[in-house]
Design a protein around this ligand. Sequence first.
Ligand SMILES: [Zn+2]
Length: 267
Amino acid sequence: MPELAEVEWYSREWDAGLGRRVTAVRVHEGARVFRGLEAGVLVAGMEGRALEGVRRHGKQLLFGFGGGGWLSVHLGMTGELRAERPDFEGGKHDHLVLVTADAALVFRDPRMFGRVGWDGWEALPEWWLGLPPEVLSRGFTVARVGEFLGRRRGTPLKALLLEQAMFPGVGNWMADEVVWRMRVSPGVLAGEVDPVAVHREVRAVARGAMRTIGRDWSDPPATWLFRHRWKDGGRCPRCGGELVREELRGRTACHCPACAGKAAAKG
Ligand SMILES: [Zn+2]
């Protein structure tokens, strides 16, 4: 599932069409990703217009078009943005294709948990302006994190880290990485962890992911859980202990039981 840095990387794929006029828009009418949005609205909104820019917030993307209009894209579980040759026809999973002189900009999503939306006015959509501070922005403060953890003291940390209202962009692997760096277990309650550590590790993971995956799809360093978490028999890069992977609500949580519990006491 694409998280902060994966979404950033995918957004750059469409740089191939920046400043270019969209000459044709192809839509799989009625595909679930459009949530009832009519193909005609997308065609009228983008055909003949230039793609002027892209913004990313957490896992959410917003593409601006000349003359007003915003295409919003959420990649969901299996969504991807790709740049193909201009004569690209589009396959079964290519639900939206914007053709420009230099490239065809493709939104592909086999499982269709992604979402595509359209806002037709010139100013930034209000829902976009109301999004919470990004984890690498100045607005993401220890005080905010502390207040949030305090309100949700009885909730497991792993579950809270996935909440986009507080940690936009953090997904399953990033949350596991934060938990592991904190040397706690995924089920530790929010009331038992130090907000300073949560704030610090969320930012460290986000920064490292953006410098690797977000820049060129390269892996984070071998000292990260990321490099060892995906297969059975993986070893903790810190202590060498055996990593545990378990299904939690349809997602694989990975952690190191030997490292958990060795955090400095909250002080
Ligand atoms: Zn360990």
